[in-house]
Design a protein around this ligand. Structure first.
Ligand code: F6R
Length: 590
């Protein structure tokens, strides 16, 4: 969703900001803009892509600046609604992520007091409030303005004649990038990677004043010390590296991401998340992470016999009744910033003895709420569609389960050994890309599709359908294969392909029956099968073979196959794969 970048130093800020804004594109946005400081503030914004902003904006001289990519919430994606927003005199410019919930009351009051508004946004009240409180000290004016605001924010403020930025956060992430005789602020790390790998994560309630060679952070008017941390991601991680799309690069990075996640989990000294005395577990997540949680439930119940309740975070949050007390809650969120998940975590604090988050982003808000954090080592994921973070989440879940002391040691040893072979199993799927491309070419010609699976493959069916719909815009549904006859079978006909996830496990025979049922209704079938399968070639129209692995790990190899299927279907349809319409990488609104 919205992205923030700010710079103060000795270089010309405009080109640097435009480059950083393009690194924020992956968050999803529909308009963008920047403001460059100096004796006066020069603002330039447009409804559209960063490249259009770059092409259209005049040369704006100045060494202090703020920029923004906006994902419209209050008001259409127009140039007027794009950030930065300014006060009446155009001397204070603000970029903002988050939602000001009392903006209408504030706006009415400010209009009565003589302030002139031009946009439909909630953000515009901020520069006007700062203007109202400004008596020569911008920091104090920002503090007073924030005192009147309800809701969530990460802001960067630039005032004319000042060679500094004032920044603040409450509920939305904001990071200061520390460098030599220049400093930065950004909503997330990829925007900074080209310039620095030293960062300071602001805490909720912090206000920072940043100049080229100083950083001062206060909270309730008192100076606080925030630790500088090193980021181990590199600029190469956020470049395409010769691939046509980030999504394809990230799909191909999975053997490495899985290997690194296994190593990270093995080297962790923390006590097992799943101890002997766990009576029940809750898991909360959204979207693709929710599908990983469903797979976790399946494996935990099978191997550890601990009952698991998995909930979609937004549903969990809107339930009136108090959540059921739980020994341990596991929260999955690759970004660590999903608003629905963060709200759920706050509710869970009341009922869970311990909350563990599995995430990819160090320092993210979820890690600050959780008692324990398990980092997946996927590296930055730029494409909106989650791929390597999904399989890395699965690996982290397997590790949690396999390190549970109540698991039979012999079974554990065998599974740990097999887990270590997953990078090469995934590589085998990737080596089979051309077979998957052929199936994707066929799939791309349809407008509707069903993914079906049973047991551990049901969440993979859900995930396959989600991937396909979000990047190729083919309408796709994931369905428990046993549910077909309870309704969806009415749609089985020659124009609706069925993608059947059919590993060699206890669900196989029932899946064969389901495939026969849809074939009898002329539906084309693409079957994902184990390499040892000897039957499916005669039944299905097209077959994608994946390596033979133990049932619980089949989710990983099948996940990679459905990712490639969705990717190539979208490519053949000419879709903007990395930045699908209306979607954002990090969903920071409820
Ligand atoms: C789909 C996708 C989303 C996310 C969801 C939750 O490809 O990426 O469905 O999984 O928005 O995001 P996180 O995991 O960051 O909480």
């Amino acid at each position: 969703m919205c992205g923030i970048i700010g710079y103060v130093g000795n270089r010309q800020a405009q080109p640097l900001l435009l480059d950083s804004l393009s690194k924020l594109e992956y968050r999803g946005y529909d308009s963008c803009g920047l403001a460059v400081g100096g004796n006066s503030i020069k603002v330039f914004k447009n409804a559209g892509r960063v490249e259009e902003l770059r092409a259209a904006s005049p040369l704006l001289q100045g060494t202090v600046a703020i920029g923004h990519t906006r994902w419209a919430t209050h008001g259409s994606p127009s140039s007027i609604n794009a950030h930065p927003h300014v006060d009446c005199n155009g001397r204070i410019a603000v970029v903002h992520n988050g939602v000001i919930t009392n903006y209408q009351t504030l706006r009415q009051r400010l209009i009565i007091e003589g302030h002139n508004f031009v946009s439909e946004t909630d953000t515009e009240v901020i520069p006007h409030l700062i203007e109202k409180h400004y008596k020569g000290n911008i920091e104090k004016a920002v503090e007073a303005a924030l005192g009147e605001i309800e809701g969530s924010y990460a802001i960067a403020v630039l005032a004319a004649k000042d060679a500094k930025l004032v920044v603040a956060r409450k509920g939305c992430p904001l990071i200061i990038g520390v460098s030599d005789r220049e400093n930065f602020v950004a909503s997330d790390v990829p925007a900074l990677l080209e310039y620095t790998n030293s960062v300071i994560y602001l805490e909720n309630g912090d206000i920072g004043v940043i100049t080229a060679d100083s950083i001062k952070i206060t909270r309730d008017g008192i100076e606080v010390d925030r630790k500088e941390e090193k980021i181990f991601w590199s600029i190469e991680d956020v470049q395409k590296g010769g691939y046509e799309h980030f999504m394809l690069k990230e799909i191909h990075e999975q053997p490495r991401a899985i290997r690194d996640t296994i190593e990270e989990c093995l080297s962790s000294n923390s006590s097992p998340v799943l101890g002997r005395n766990i009576e029940n577990l809750s898991m909360v997540a959204c979207g693709t992470s929710y599908h990983a949680a469903l797979i976790g439930k399946y494996v935990i119940e099978e191997l550890l016999a601990i009952p698991v309740a998995v909930e979609i975070a937004s549903e969990f949050n809107h339930r009136r009744r108090q959540p059921i007390p739980t020994s341990t809650a596991i929260v999955l969120t690759q970004s660590g910033e999903t608003a629905d998940v963060l709200v759920a975590m706050k509710r869970l604090l009341e009922v869970a003895r311990t909350i563990v988050v599995i995430t990819n982003v160090p320092g993210s808000t979820a890690t600050r709420i959780a008692k324990q954090t398990v980092y997946i080592k996927a590296g930055p994921e730029v494409s909106v569609a989650a791929t390597k973070t999904f399989t890395a989440q699965l690996i982290a879940l397997y590790q949690l389960i396999l390190s549970c002391p109540s698991l039979n040691r012999r079974i554990c040893k065998r599974l740990v050994a097999e887990l270590r072979t997953m990078p090469s199993a995934v590589q085998q799927v990737l080596n089979n890309e051309s077979e998957i491309m052929d199936c994707a070419r066929i799939l791309s010609q349809y407008d509707n599709a069903f993914f079906i699976g049973r047991g551990i493959s049901f969440p993979i069916a859900l995930e396959g359908a989600l991937k396909l719909k979000e990047i190729s815009y083919i309408h796709a549904e994931g369905c428990a294969a046993g549910e077909l006859k309870h309704g969806p079978l009415a749609l089985a006909h020659k124009d609706v392909p069925i993608i059947a996830i059919t590993p060699q496990d206890s669900t196989y025979e029932a899946m064969v029956t389901n495939i026969k049922e849809v074939k009898a209704r002329d539906a084309p079938v693409i079957a994902l099968v184990d390499e040892t399968d000897g039957i499916m070639e005669q039944l299905a129209d097209f077959v994608i073979r994946v390596p033979h692995v133990t049932s619980i790990f089949s989710a990983v190899v099948n996940a990679v196959a459905v990712q490639l299927l969705a990717y190539y279907a979208a490519k053949y349809r000419g879709c903007p794969i990395d930045f699908p319409r209306n979607l954002a990488k990090s969903v920071t609104v409820e």
